[in-house]
Structures are given as C-alpha cells and as structure tokens.
Design a protein around this ligand. Structure first.
Ligand code: DHB
Ligand code: FE
Length: 285
C-alpha cells in the first residue's frame, strides 16, 4: 500500500528560480532566503520519496481564460518546463506517475470531487521553483511528480474548507493504491503578497505567522477562514495559501492518526514581492 509519509509547504516566488538559474544564491539578499532551505535539502536527501504529489497553481501559463479548471490532476508520464516569457527555466523536465495519478483521479472523483484530468501540461514556476528550492540543481529530479493544479488566479476560487476536504480524499486515494510507494504531498504558493493595484507590495508578517501556527496545530479551524480574509489580510495573491490546506488535509492526524512532527519551520521577508514561508512535517505512522 502507498503511504503519505510527509508534507512540505513552500512559497514559489519566480525570482528565486531566476536567482538559482543565474548563480546569485550567494548574494546577501538571496543567501538569507536559501539558508532557510538548507535543512530541508538535507532532510529530503535522507527521506527521498518515490512520488511527490505537488499541489501548485498555474499562472495562466498552461491554462488561460479560455479554460479554467478548479482542480486539475496531471496524469501524464512527462511534463515539459513552461516558457513563461524568458524561455523555459534550465531545469529538468518532470517525470510523472501515470498509474498512481490515474488511481487517485478514480478514487477522488468517486469521493465526489470533480477533478479535471490533464494529459498534457507544461509546468510553470508554481511547480518548478518548489522543486528547485527543495532539490537544488540536479540533472534529473530525484522522484516522480504528480502535478495537481488549483485555480487561485481567476475568481471564483475554491474555499480553504474545500481544499482541506480534498486533501483528506487524496490521502484515502493514496492509501488504496496497491503498490508500496513512499509519497509526499507538497502544498505551495503564498505567503502574503500582492502584485498589483494600490496595495502592491503588501506583506502581513503577523497574519502569516499565525497561519503557520494554525496550519500546524488547528488546520480544521484554519480551513474555515473565508477567501475574503486571505485577500484582505494576505493580499490578492495570498489566496495561494489555500493550497497548503490540501497538503495539510492529507496528513494522518486529520483522519484520527498521530500528530505530525514539525521538522522545520522558516519565515523570511522579503523575496521579490513575497513573504517566504516554509514547513516540513513528517507523519508518525
Ligand atoms: C511573485 C510571486 C508569485 O507568487 C508569483 O506567482 C509571481 C511573482 C513575486 O513575488 O514577484
Ligand atoms: Fe504565484
């Protein structure tokens, strides 16, 4: 049986990817950001999963206003790195796990979540920057990835509550897969940031840190926060944080198991226009 062994939460700031690609990680500005991921890279080397179920958002790269799936699961064997306007990032393509992805699609849809099935998907910074932060610059990513895209770009967006429930359905789906796979679930995006309008540049440290506290200790209550609070308190792009609730909902304690162990917590401002937040949680199975 497959198992979700851990969850990882991280921002996906595109400038972080550019800093790595252009060799700027030792510059004082970026050094502080990357220092927060040193532990996690070591941890991931020691705890390399077979598959990462990677919850992210596409930024009108693969999808557009022509077609906006709320929740889309990648069932392909291979994903190309998207060209976001400056050419594709010089990072490896992503290998999928079609069998597990198809099984999760079947199980989650039968648990009444209407997923869109995507057999071709170019993955943008929402997916590649978390991989780079956690893995550095390898020749090939050290595990397979199931991309799971959530619409947090064009309203209406899904509620935190729905995302948290979906995470629970994903855990059940993974645990009903026959093969003995070690699976991690990553929730990405956030933390507070606003890229446009009169409030551009908004950061809310206090709200972000409370979000981290509550994600650890009381995720169910946190999932009740309405989307308008994310926008008011964490800025228009802070809504990306609902994706973290999918990963948290898939942890064992939510289904009556033991509390996870928080292996690492990091918060830093600024990285580009964004507050960077990061957590690593291990399940105690
Ligand atoms: C930035 C952050 C994002 O989440 C994003 O998708 C694009 C830009 C930024 O901080 O610059
Ligand atoms: Fe984003």
């Amino acid at each position: 049986m497959a198992r979700i062994t851990a969850s990882v939460y991280t921002s996906h700031v595109p400038a972080i990817g550019a800093a790595m690609d252009l060799g700027k990680t030792e510059e004082p500005y970026w050094q502080k950001v990357f220092a927060g991921y040193d532990y996690s890279r070591g941890w991931l080397k020691e705890n390399t999963p077979d598959v990462v179920f990677l919850v992210f958002n596409d930024h009108a790269t693969a999808f557009s206003l022509e077609m906006i799936p709320t929740f889309a699961i990648g069932t392909a064997g291979h994903y190309k790195v998207a060209d976001e306007g400056w050419g594709p990032r010089p990072v490896p393509d992503v290998e999928g796990h079609p069998e597990l992805a198809a099984h999760i699609a079947q199980s989650v849809i039968q648990q009444d979540f209407d997923l869109t099935i995507v057999n071709r998907l170019d993955v943008d910074h929402g997916l590649t920057v978390p991989l780079s932060l956690m893995c550095g610059q390898p020749k090939a990513w050290p595990f397979k990835v199931i991309p799971f895209a959530v619409n947090v770009v064009q309203y209406p967006v899904p509620s935190g509550r729905r995302c948290f429930q979906l995470g629970q359905a994903i855990r059940k789906a993974v645990e009903s897969f026959d093969d003995d796979l070690n699976v991690q679930i990553w929730g990405t995006g956030g933390m507070s940031h606003q890229l446009q309008g009169p409030r551009a540049g908004l950061i809310n440290r206090e709200w972000d840190n409370r979000f981290l506290d509550r994600l650890i200790a009381e995720p169910e209550a946190l999932s009740q926060v309405p989307h308008i609070e994310y926008v008011q308190e964490a800025g228009s792009e802070g809504i990306e944080l609902v994706m973290w609730l999918i990963a948290r909902g898939a942890m064992a304690d939510v289904a009556g198991g033991a509390k996870p162990t928080v292996k690492h917590r990091f918060y830093h401002v600024p990285a580009s226009n964004t507050a960077v937040g990061h957590l690593v949680m291990e399940n105690n199975l």
